[in-house]
Design a protein around this ligand. Structure first.
Ligand SMILES: [Ca+2]
Ligand SMILES: [Ca+2]
Length: 581
């Protein structure tokens, strides 16, 4: 492919991996039940009335409806007359629940004050044991996916010790309506491809494999083909000794794309595994990374295809793919390369934004304890939603790049800059047990700005499902205006490099409901991003394209640095410290 020869090779390193050492044990898990929640109806007609035992001769088990009707009618007659000018309230039996307990309707709608007055009058009747409002109860959507309750702190409402949760339950309820949150919205996962995980498969659309280099692709089919499944991206010791993969870290397969996809839109409510943020969204797998990463040119090509742009016809063997019939509204770029935004990446961002797609990117994992690390590309391209990562406690994650042009933060897991007590939990998502080629479905732990970006993509899909005509800039306004303040005295609260705040799904949904036509301020259109279009990395012998997630701890190997890029790629072995793994 000519484009490859003219493009700098983006040697990738998996700064970022995930452990999938088998399914999490279900011990201690519980399926959540729907929780009743009273609504605030403006006008009410329904109440419950229970007569005392023996009252009015209505104790018979086989209760004639007529008897209950008469008892309610008599009760109605005994009510004091209403306020001056208002006729007394008449009561009508709606149905009986038991011999003594009845659902009763008033003859007209009563406001809250009137209803409470009526209940007080009824309570004073010598034959009434109790009377109360028959409230409207809405089920609160609580996923029955077993790991939701036990492992997915990242989706839970914030609380003491878990200040960083993205607060999904209220968002799901408010966004739900008659359809699943995110329904009708396509999210492109520009990544390593996806596994047809049982907790994901029904959400997958037909994708495409844009890896143009056979050794990177690590598959048996053509360069560029319609199979976007992830065959694994492991680097063996032998691989690392070849010229092709020189400088690449020895690592098992990452299943990186599958992890991102699980957080965005895992099958939810199927009593299995995890819940996804936008259960109604569809996932478009666009495979651009394989062994040791991939080329910028392939990534950009995948982005163009994902939004439905026609690609130029190409000489064999790179046959032009068919037009994507499922254009994405959300482009998830959980990747990072050193340097300022390349001209080609900026152009891609501009073109897909012009088609109405929102571009979400990870700020990068510099993987050290330093604060104030500059954003990687493409997070530093103009118009991109740049997502840094925070921990369960709401601390800036130690590995996360963050600067003045960060848009906001989302759960990324791991320890934070301040190393708070009881912090450090990772994010649970989907994986595969295969260390090289895929074996069986698994659930694994991940941390990084990659998975933080996936959270923002998930919420973007949920919001677009509510209001599909939102522009990328309007969506940025919703996300930033609704972001939750960082915890008091946290690094981000005092440093101003973490963007607008922490992702808050319920706040975003409610903000959008209150502001259905968000106004985009001139300084909030994405033009405040730094580094755009500079092509500053052009002179580098090699770039690093990082799949920005981090593997859990164990023996650490440091990747040899191929260039002056600041990114260290440490990857570590599974230790099994994540419960049940
Ligand atoms: Ca292929
Ligand atoms: Ca599930």
């Amino acid at each position: 492919m000519q484009a490859v020869a003219t493009n700098g090779r983006i040697a990738s390193c998996l700064l970022a991996l995930a452990i999938q050492a088998g399914a999490l044990a279900p011990a201690g898990l519980q399926a959540a039940e729907a929780l009743p929640q009273a609504s605030e109806a403006a006008s009410q007609r329904r109440l419950l009335v229970k007569f005392k035992p023996g009252a009015s001769g209505i104790d018979a088990a086989a209760l004639p409806a007529r008897t209950a009707q008469l008892a309610i009618s008599d009760l109605s007659q005994r009510l004091p007359s209403g306020a001056p000018g208002r006729p007394p309230v008449q009561l009508v039996l709606q149905r009986s629940i038991s011999a003594q307990l009845h659902v009763v309707l008033t003859d007209r709608g009563l406001n809250q004050t009137e209803m409470l007055q009526l209940i007080e009058q009824l309570q004073r009747d010598p034959l009434v044991e109790y009377a109360e409002i028959d409230p409207r109860i809405k089920p609160q959507f609580v996923p029955n996916d077993p790991l939701y309750g036990s492992r997915q702190w990242n989706l839970q409402p914030p609380g003491p010790g878990s200040e960083g949760g993205a607060n999904l339950p209220g968002a799901w309820d408010a966004a739900r309506g008659e359809v699943a949150p995110g329904q009708g919205i396509v999210v492109a996962v520009i990544d390593t491809g996806l596994r047809p995980h049982v907790d994901l498969a029904s959400r997958l659309l037909p994708g495409y494999d844009f890896i143009s280099d056979a050794s990177i692709a690590n598959d048996l089919d053509a360069q560029w083909d319609s199979d976007a499944s992830d065959p694994g991206d492991w680097i063996s010791l032998r691989d690392s000794e070849t010229a092709e993969f020189s400088g690449c870290a020895v690592s098992p397969s990452s299943w990186h794309g599958t992890m991102m996809a699980g957080t965005i839109a895992a099958v939810t409510g199927n009593s299995l595994g995890i819940a996804g943020m936008a259960p109604g969204a569809r996932l478009l797998p666009v495979r651009v990374f394989g062994k040791c990463g991939g080329y910028l040119s392939d990534a950009i090509t995948g982005v163009y295809w994902a939004v439905g742009l026609e690609l130029p016809s190409l000489p064999d063997p790179m046959r032009a793919p068919p037009l994507n019939p499922y254009p994405a509204r959300v482009i998830n770029l959980s990747m990072a390369a050193a340097g300022s935004c390349s001209a080609a990446f900026q152009e891609a961002v501009d073109r897909v934004r012009a088609r109405g797609a929102v571009v979400v990117a990870a700020t990068g994992n510099q993987d050290d304890m330093q604060a104030g690390k500059a954003l990687s590309q493409p997070a530093n391209c103009r118009g991109v939603i740049a997502v840094t990562a925070h921990t369960r406690r709401g601390d800036l994650a130690y590995y996360a790049n963050a600067s003045a042009s960060t848009t906001l933060s989302a759960p990324g897991g791991g320890f934070g800059i301040n190393q708070l007590a009881n912090d450090g939990d990772s994010i649970t998502s989907l994986g595969n047990s295969g260390l090289t080629s895929p074996l069986s479905d698994s659930y694994g732990e991940v941390r990084g700005t990659s998975i933080a970006a996936a959270h923002v993509s998930g919420l973007a899909a949920l919001l677009l499902g509510m209001q599909p005509n939102l522009s990328p800039d309007q969506l940025r306004v919703v996300l930033t205006r609704s972001a939750r303040a960082y915890p008091a005295d946290s690094y981000c609260q005092v440093s101003a490099v973490c963007g607008a705040g922490m992702l808050d799904a319920e706040a975003a949904v409610r903000w959008l409901q209150a502001n259905p036509a968000p106004v985009v301020p001139p300084d909030n259109s994405g033009s405040d991003q730094t580094g755009g279009g500079g092509g500053g990395a052009a002179g580098w012998p090699e770039w690093l394209l990082l799949l920005s997630a981090v593997l859990l701890s164990g023996a650490t190997r440091r990747r040899r640095q191929p260039g002056p890029g600041p990114h260290q790629a440490g990857r570590q072995q599974a230790t099994g410290q994540a419960g049940g793994m």
